[in-house]
Design a protein around this ligand. Structure first.
Ligand SMILES: Cc1cc2nc3c(=O)[nH]c(=O)nc-3n(C[C@H](O)[C@H](O)[C@H](O)COP(=O)(O)OP(=O)(O)OC[C@H]3O[C@@H](n4cnc5c(N)ncnc54)[C@H](O)[C@@H]3O)c2cc1C
Length: 396
């Protein structure tokens, strides 16, 4: 079989790329090792960024039966600051079991051929050919690696799927609503549940998704982080099935591919290092790859598809670079201990942070708010050394 495009992976990045290229009449085959619907460990939080991208890519409003809206986010630090902060615009929650099957179904209806429950047994990059575990052989003009954080395609290109020193790791449990009758129906984030990361409780239709995640090297015992976080909610971790997964934290590939091979989503390392959000960048990179492939295969662009893709890719990664800087103003333990009071004391900064979480404010606009408070904190250092408290200063 010869295809214009073979896509490995049917998550949001792969389905977005398959939908758009198949819609243009290209011969597309998407391969996934799982049979759909399938679980994917994820908080399932969708920002407005994801909503806008979804509507742009799939040309429709999303199905509200599988996506619910919430308009309140509460930020904690080990159960402190329990006042809560209202988020003026909604964020959305889904179960990836439903969401990913929904996206894949749209790609199939657009004309993409799907092979699920099979893996690639061997690649022959030089001849643009591959053989599946089923024995089937196929050739392609372009290959898209959309196979997530443990990407087989990235591993073959770079020797490893990701850098162990820079990758995140997360643990999650699904807790039935009946086990948490007192739990508020809000999106909760606890900034102190992990180091260089955080904990979350996301309300779903039938359950709460509870998780902790952060940089792998900084959290050698993530299970203990989860145990403590759940214990603070009166839950015994041992009563639930704990699942773990690596978490892409913005250690992105540049260039994102080689020759006629393009990497998208987590396979390219496009997870946000500050928030862990990855679905919007998966959609955006899948869309960008599709546009570059359509232009190359239709002859509209004289540039190789990878080169076209890189200009849109640079827009995504420039945001990740800002996020990395912000991580240094938020996550290091000493910085956090000293600056937390300055950050929580600024309403503008908190509103800005929540607007960024909701996908309404870019990092570029958020950075000056954090830098301003950090500067104030530096100026106040002499007072701290003399033991003098600033007016209104709170102990954190
Ligand atoms: C615990 C956790 C919580 C998260 N919470 C959020 C959140 O709330 N909001 C958010 O925006 N992001 C979140 N993320 C990140 C988000 O899940 C990812 O960024 C997103 O799924 C990336 O999409 P993708 O299409 O690139 O890859 P994936 O969604 O990982 O899809 C990859 C697909 O490739 C398939 N595959 C893998 N290897 C092979 C192979 N060798 N052969 C064939 N198929 C293969 C897999 O079966 C899978 O279907 C979270 C991540 C974790 C780990």
């Amino acid at each position: 079989m010869t295809y214009d495009i073979v896509i490995i992976g049917g998550g949001p990045s792969g389905s977005a790329a398959a939908f758009l290229t198949a819609t243009q009449g290209l011969r597309v085959c998407l391969i996934d090792k799982a049979v759909f619907p399938r679980d994917k460990l994820c908080g399932g939080l969708l920002t407005r960024r994801s909503k806008v991208l979804f509507e742009r890519i799939f040309g429709r409003k999303w199905d509200e039966d599988i996506i619910i809206a919430k308009d309140k986010v509460v930020m904690f630090s080990q159960n402190r600051f329990p006042d809560g902060i209202s988020q003026p615009s909604p964020m959305f929650l889904t179960m990836r079991y439903d969401f990913d099957a929904y996206l894949l179904d749209m790609a199939v209806k657009a004309g993409a051929e799907i092979k699920t429950g099979v893996k690639v047994a061997s690649f022959d990059f030089d001849n643009s050919e591959l053989t599946l575990t089923s024995g089937e052989r196929m050739s392609y003009r372009y290959l898209v690696g959309a196979d997530g954080v443990n990407s087989q395609v990235a591993k073959l290109l770079y020797g490893e799927s990701f850098n162990r020193d820079k990758i995140g790791f997360a643990l999650e449990v699904e807790v039935p609503r009946a086990d948490m009758p007192e739990q508020a129906d809000d999106i909760e984030i606890d900034m102190a549940a992990s180091i260089w990361g955080y904990g979350w409780t996301f309300p779903k239709k039938d359950s709460f998704t509870i998780g902790v995640g952060g940089l792998h090297v900084k959290n050698p015992d993530m299970k203990e982080n989860l145990r403590l976080y759940m214990a603070r909610k009166g839950l015994d971790m041992k009563a639930y099935r704990v699942k773990g997964h690596f978490l892409s934290t913005g250690d992105f590939r540049d260039p994102p591919g080689r020759g006629n091979i393009i990497l998208v989503g987590d396979a390219a390392g496009l997870g946000d290092p500050l928030t862990g959000e990855g679905i919007s960048n998966a959609l955006q990179s899948g869309e960008a790859a599709a546009h570059a492939l359509i232009a190359a295969l239709s002859g509209k662009s004289v540039q190789p598809a990878l080169q076209d893709y890189r200009s849109e890719y640079a827009r995504i990664t420039s945001t990740l670079k800002y996020a990395r800087v912000l991580c240094w103003l938020i996550y290091p333990r000493k910085v956090r201990t000293y600056l937390a009071g300055f950050y929580t004391g600024s309403g503008r900064l908190q509103r800005g942070y929540l607007a960024m979480l909701a996908g309404e404010l870019e990092y570029k606009a958020l950075l000056p708010l954090f830098a301003g408070q950090a500067l104030k904190a530096v100026k106040a250092l002499p007072l701290k050394w003399l033991g003098i408290k600033r007016k209104g200063e709170r102990d954190i």
